[in-house]
Design a protein around this ligand. Structure first.
Ligand code: DGT
Ligand code: CA
Ligand code: CA
Ligand code: ZN
Length: 585
């Protein structure tokens, strides 16, 4: 994982400081790690890039030893000193150091003097008022500990699971239930069916000729960690990954009603009910009650539910009360893009930067995934690869790409160029012009004002050799908020220059997000959906980019890489603005 950000490095150094303090290490070392963490967090450019150039020591408080640890973190995924220290303490003790207001020094005393080695033990000790006897801890400290434990618990309960992790459980769970002899229909519902970025829990709807047998079987699956008592109506269970599953079993003639209800969203359902009431109809999970006749219509399919309300069938991804009900009433719903519509992928990495596979391996995998063309877009120098991706190395890479022949696949020489803080790029125009495809992304200095970041992005968009803007918001669902920038100015600049904007399919990114992508496409910005694959298996994540595009109401003709490469090529901004003829057929 060479892709360590300043935030990640800072967090790792803070952790090492905490562990050193917990271990009773010298104060100056603890302070040194924390100072270094602060310097890294505030550094305006990639600290990993600096470290690779042996220049991280220019940061205040960063010496040779810490620079070495930064390299280890990037190359090995962890700092060896951290790994050693983690092994010295029960995991529960380390968890305690993360509670707000406690800190390693006090945790060490709780562990050594009272034997408290987990959050549960801490809670019990505080409740039994055993902590107040410790010097420096009083009743107030006990209260504060219970308060932070409650907050931490609430945080955990509120934690949402990123969709790919959730589907990695949902897919085999549903397959296993479908195989059960008592099962008839088994379908995913809830937010996972709507393909939202994250989910709170999984909702599954089934029909069965022996409902209790199916519910009981669900509690006995290998995936199941614990379960409530199964009934004919279903069961709620918890899987080993911590995701909860609501299984609901229903009569076949109500399957459509319940599937529609539990697919949601809540906002869609509420709007649907309001619209129905105006027609004298009452929608519930059990059926559609007609005021005029007093009759309740049970629906075996969702199509029947929507048809009863005078609506076209609405794809689950659109059910967010974002205009889909009006569109369904007026038969103007979009024909949503599907994964089969994609013909090429314009963003992937190889071993030339932080990918794990060669050009040939990536190309072969892309062909197997059904693509007609693939752009190899390794990172540029300022991302942290220094000389490894110098202009000379990039020229060699272009030659290697041109020399690689894969039947049925057009291979394109590209680069994912870093947008520097001042909006310039880190390759010269001369070499950029030799490439078939240039995608520009922000990978460093995220903490600028919105004004500065917007200007930085607009400047890159206006560069005639930038074909597309990569993962525009920089968000990472599990760990990083989007940086501050003015989406509408970015969209305007892209629309004005013809620069394409990416929907990055990585399930941790899904960037642009659904509402932003919808706004961009509505403004006439050409969208491209890329996987940003770093390994041969990476092309499978196109599923999530497509999901975001569908949630953005996109049709295939709003997404350029549903077209042959010759069409995409002719759309590149450089083609219009420089009057260049295509460099390669
Ligand atoms: P999440 O938070 O990722 O689990 O999102 P959902 O949409 O799966 O929400 P969940 O599991 O709480 O509920 C499943 C569905 O049940 C939801 O999409 C719509 C329906 N539902 C839940 N609560 C309400 C409600 O208060 N009113 C209506 N009309 N429908 C609801
Ligand atoms: Ca749910
Ligand atoms: Ca639920
Ligand atoms: Zn990137």
């Amino acid at each position: 994982m060479a892709d360590v950000t300043n935030t990640e490095i800072a967090a790792a150094l803070d952790e090492l400081g905490d562990l050193t303090e917990l271990d009773g290490g010298a104060v100056y070392r603890v302070v040194a790690y924390r100072n270094a963490a602060k310097a890294v967090r505030e550094a305006p450019t990639s600290v990993l890039a600096l470290a690779r150039e042996n220049r991280a020591t220019e940061l205040p408080g960063v010496g040779g030893i810490i620079q070495e640890k930064i390299i280890q973190l990037a190359d090995d995924g962890a700092i060896p000193a951290t790994v050693k220290l983690r092994a010295k303490f029960p995991p529960g003790v380390i968890e305690m150091t993360k509670l707000p207001g406690l800190g390693p020094k006090r945790v060490r005393r709780l562990f050594e003097e009272l034997g408290i080695d987990s959050l549960e033990a801490l809670k019990t000790a505080a409740e039994e008022q055993r902590i107040r006897g410790l010097k420096g801890f009083g009743p107030k400290a006990e209260e504060a500990i219970l308060g932070s434990l409650r907050l931490a618990g609430a945080g955990e309960r509120a934690a949402r699971v990123i969709l790919d992790r959730a589907l990695a459980i949902a897919d085999p769970l549903i397959a296993a239930l479908r195989e059960h002899p008592a099962a008839e229909r088994v379908e995913l519902a809830g937010s996972a069916r709507r393909m939202t970025d994250t989910v709170k829990d999984l909702d599954v709807i089934a029909t069965a000729h022996d409902p209790l047998a199916l519910a009981t079987a669900a509690t006995q699956l290998d995936l199941t960690e614990s379960a409530a008592t199964p009934t004919e109506a279903g069961v709620r269970l918890r899987t080993h990954t911590g995701i909860a599953v609501d299984l609901r079993i229903v009569a076949p003639d109500q399957f459509g009603n319940l599937l529609q209800h539990l697919t949601g969203s809540k906002q869609h359902n509420m709007a649907l009910r309001d619209a129905a009431v105006r027609k004298g109809l009452h929608v519930s999970e059990y059926g559609v009650l007609d005021d005029a006749t007093g009759e309740t219509h049970r629906c075996a399919t969702e199509h029947d539910v929507y048809a009863l309300l005078g609506l076209e069938y609405i794809e689950p991804e659109l059910r967010e009360n974002r205009g889909e009900l009006d569109a369904a009433a007026s038969h103007t719903l979009p024909a949503l893009i599907t994964q089969q519509d994609l013909r090429g992928d314009l963003h992937c990495h190889t071993t030339a930067s932080d990918g794990t596979a060669s050009i040939e391996e990536m190309a072969t995998a892309a062909r197997e995934a059904g693509y007609e063309y693939l752009a190899i877009t390794d990172h540029s120098a300022s991302f942290g690869f220094g000389d490894e991706v110098s202009p000379d190395k990039l020229r060699q890479q272009i030659e290697r790409i041109r020399a690689t022949q894969i039947d049925g696949l057009t291979l394109l020489a590209g680069s994912e160029v870093n947008i520097l803080p001042d909006g310039t790029l880190d390759y010269d125009d001369e070499i950029l012009a030799e490439l078939d495809w240039v995608i520009a992304s922000v990978h460093s200095s995220f903490r600028m004002t919105s004004e500065q970041m917007t200007e930085r992005m607009v400047k890159a968009i206006e560069h005639p050799l930038v074909d597309a803007l990569g993962h525009p918001s920089g968000r990472k669902l599990s760990k990083r908020d989007p940086y501050a920038f003015d989406l509408h100015r970015v969209i305007d600049a892209a629309a004005r220059t013809g620069t394409m904007i990416e929907i990055n399919s990585n399930p941790d990114r899904r960037d642009l997000d659904d509402t932003s992508a919808r706004a961009a496409a509505a403004a006439g910005v050409p969208i491209v959906i890329n996987t940003d694959s770093h390994r041969t298996a990476g092309f499978a994540v196109a599923r999530y980019g497509i999901a975001t595009a569908r949630r953005a109401w996109l049709t295939a003709d709003q997404v350029l890489n549903t077209q042959p490469w010759s069409t995409v090529q002719a759309h590149r901004p450089r083609h219009h603005r420089l009057g260049l003829t295509p460099s390669r057929a």
